[in-house]
Design a protein around this ligand. Structure first.
Ligand code: F1X
Ligand code: MN
Length: 447
């Protein structure tokens, strides 16, 4: 073990403490020690291998710049692996001030500069993606290059069987809509919520960037139910349907997570809710730059719609054309905000980004996808897993909201006494493997 890691301790994260890489029994440690270096190595390999094609697409100047970029990423990897202090973001630009200010604050507080393993894991990991952004934003030719695009598009193409299946299912459900009973409608809404949930099972950050074919979830929904540890779908259905649409816009916000496979299911859910007239508009919230490998950027969002619309498969063409029409009519819109790529947990949104907090308050429901967003909902604290969800949210109660999350890090809330122990006995990696999931609803107490 290298010297710097000797200060890491063979412990779990302390109770009610933020997860940190220095706690060797928490998932933060293997994440920083093994998983992120694998992601960075794969990125360096990709950039070296694709020099020619990148130079063709971005111009000859990009060839020289790639050498600098590869050098910077290697340096970043070495800084992480030797637990060096986190350096300031020098490029200016979005969020730079946020990260730099926090580095100063932590230095003041601890009397030494924050380092990769001793910092809060959430901060260190978000900072990593901001550093990667800096590497590209300081170039002339590669500013808009998405270093993870090839993985995200591969996920889409490799999952085409499941995507076709989801498309067929969605189109069949849409056809049945006019004659559907209330009970039938409710079942379909809940099924689409669960499809969107399980589409979060795989992400490219957890797999170290490895692209695998995504299994079919449409045909397994019922058997997957036993892995949902908290299931608030009844409350979600109620929230979605309680206010009738009487000419007033009824908005659904979806705080997106991963592109490729997961986004496809989010779009199917959005299409179904629009078609059933349960909502009138859907606002999608992507990231402003490449984030946690597979997260959806604005470009990924539009790419998915146009690729689906232009597919050879008639069903995909049909659904892609519907989605494009929704975009053209303003029924689907993309809302961006730099808050999503800050390291801030959502408890801080009200004070740090009141406009976004208030905006989320305008809609009927906010769907918050994925594990990283869950970490941000929980402030990445190692609370007792029985802590009520609404308590763990701190001051984040902008609206009725639901978190759809497959469990991929050692944080949980809202579980019943004994539930965690039962899962651990069945599957020791239950917290981090994505096998289990939660659907957790919250509403402001005055609502
Ligand atoms: O948010 P997502 O896509 O569901 O998951 C992202 C994720 O794999 O990345 C982090 C580690 O890098 C973990 O918190 C989490 O498991
Ligand atoms: Mn993600």
């Amino acid at each position: 073990m290298s010297n710097y890691l000797k200060r890491c301790v063979d412990l779990d994260t302390g109770a009610n403490e933020p997860l940190r890489g220095m706690y060797m029994r928490s998932f933060a440690y293997p994440s920083l020690k093994d998983r992120i270096p694998i992601i960075l190595t794969a990125l360096i390999d990709h950039l070296s291998r694709e020099k020619e094609s990148i130079a063709q697409r971005y111009g000859e100047g990009a060839r020289e710049e790639l050498k600098i970029v590869i050098g910077s990423i290697s340096k970043l990897k070495s800084e992480l692996q030797t637990n060096k202090p986190l350096t300031k973001i020098e490029s200016g630009g979005e969020g730079a001030e946020h990260y730099n200010h926090l580095i100063d604050e932590k230095t003041k507080l601890n009397g030494e500069e924050p380092t990769w393993f001793y910092s809060e894991w959430l901060f260190a990991e978000c900072y990593l993606y901001r550093r990667l952004r800096e590497t590209f934003e300081t170039t002339k030719h590669l500013q808009n290059y998405d270093m993870f695009e090839y993985q995200k598009t591969s996920v889409y193409h490799n999952s085409i069987i499941s995507i076709r299946e989801a498309t067929k299912l969605t189109l069949d459900c849409l056809e049945k809509l006019p004659t559907l009973s209330e009970v039938g409608l409710k079942k379909m809404v809940i099924d689409f919520l669960k499809l969107s949930l399980w589409s979060n099972r795989a992400d490219l950050s957890l797999s170290g960037g490895a692209v695998t074919e995504q299994e079919s979830i449409c045909t397994h929904l019922v058997e997957l139910d036993k892995f949902i540890l908290v299931d608030d779908t009844e409350k979600v259905y109620h929230a979605l349907t309680e206010i009738p649409v009487n000419g007033q816009p009824k908005i659904l916000d979806i705080v997106l997570d991963n592109a490729g496979f997961e986004l496809y299911f989010d779009l199917c859910l959005a299409d179904f809710l629009l078609s059933a007239k349960i909502v009138t508009h859907v606002r999608f919230h992507p990231k402003n730059y490449p984030w946690f490998v597979s997260d959806t950027t604005t470009h990924d969002f539009y790419w998915m719609i146009s690729t689906t619309k232009d597919n050879k498969d008639p069903n995909l063409r049909k659904i892609g054309t519907r989605w494009q029409k929704y975009v053209d009519e303003g029924k689907f819109s993309v809302e961006t905000d730099e808050f999503w790529t800050l390291s801030s947990d959502f408890d801080k949104m009200k004070t740090e980004c009141p406009t976004l907090y208030n905006k989320l308050g305008e809609s009927t429901l906010v769907i918050i996808k994925g594990d990283l967003n869950y970490r941000k909902l929980m402030a990445d604290l190692n609370r007792p897993y029985t802590t009520p969800f609404s308590v763990a949210l701190g001051s984040f109660h902008p609206n009725k909201l639901v978190s759809l999350r497959t469990m991929k890090c050692d944080i949980a809330s809202g579980l019943l006494p004994g539930q965690a122990e039962k899962c651990a006995a069945i599957s020791p990696k239950w917290l981090i493997s994505g096998e289990y999931a939660t659907i957790q609803f919250d509403e402001p107490s005055s609502a």
